[in-house]
Design a protein. Structure first.
Ligand code: SF4
Ligand code: SF4
Ligand code: FES
Length: 231
């Protein structure tokens, strides 16, 4: 164990654990979407989790920074906030938010991050990016809504971890990037375990299990923690 300080709070933390996970476990929320504690090498693709660390010139992503003795972390400085807000607005410029039609209205991570950062769910003043992709894709067991997808990779990772196969993958490039079934087709014809983990870890309601299985899987809240900020 080592001692670190986060926003004036002294914390006993596990040496080598990520700063983000340590903060979340101690009730200190830092915006994040792509982080999963089971990911040994974080993707750091959402760029939401910036913090400042005493002695380091530039803000760093807290999911890639490791805890060590004497670390002093600041999670809400003006510079860190600006970067968190800029990353969120960029993300929302490609995410078409329709809260009334969203299946995870109450639990959507984007709404909670927007509240935390005190920014709206639209991307202003950034231009809204038009993406030439389908509104809705039938994957057999699931419905996938590309415009809600923030390409965090959580579904791809959890599926690979559970099955040992690359059933889910990213397809397309640039603004056309979407989650797809490896090799095309639908999940009913793939070696899918129907475990529902991919939909459960999705922070935005982009991947929704159909019917009863959807409701059963969404009850598995252990997969979601510790993402949720305190209200
Ligand atoms: S239901 Fe389970 S096995 Fe099937 S795609 Fe999702 S995570 Fe993978
Ligand atoms: S479907 Fe959900 S979990 Fe998968 S990449 Fe998109 S937002 Fe992330
Ligand atoms: S959680 Fe750190 S970059 Fe996404």
């Amino acid at each position: 164990m080592v001692t670190i300080v986060v926003d004036t709070k002294e914390i006993q933390a596990d040496d080598g654990k990520s700063v983000l996970q340590t903060c979340l476990e101690h009730g200190i929320f830092i915006p994040n979407l792509c982080f999963m504690k089971s990911r040994e090498h974080p993707h750091a693709s959402c760029r939401l989790c910036f913090v400042e660390i005493y002695g380091i010139d530039q803000p760093v992503t807290s999911c890639t920074e490791r805890v060590r003795e004497g670390l002093v972390v600041l999670t809400a400085t003006a510079r860190a906030r600006r970067l968190q807000q800029a990353a969120f607005k960029l993300l929302m410029s490609a995410h078409h938010c329709r809260p009334k039609a969203c299946p995870v209205r109450g639990g959507c991570q984007l709404i909670r991050i927007a509240r935390h950062l005190k920014v709206g769910l639209n991307s202003q003043p950034l231009e809204r990016l038009e993406r030439a992709i389908d509104e809705e894709v039938d994957l057999g067991l699931f419905t996938y809504y590309p415009f809600r997808c923030v390409l965090c990779g959580r579904c791809v990772h959890v599926c690979r971890q559970r099955t040992g196969h690359n059933l889910l993958t990213f397809a397309g490039r640039g603004l056309k990037t979407v989650v797809a079934l490896f090799g095309g087709g639908d999940l009913a014809a793939a070696p899918c375990r129907h475990c529902g983990a991919c939909a459960t870890v999705c922070p935005t309601g982009a991947l929704v299990l159909k019917g009863e299985q959807g409701r059963a899987a969404s009850a598995d809240s252990s997969l979601r923690a510790p993402q949720i900020p305190p209200r």
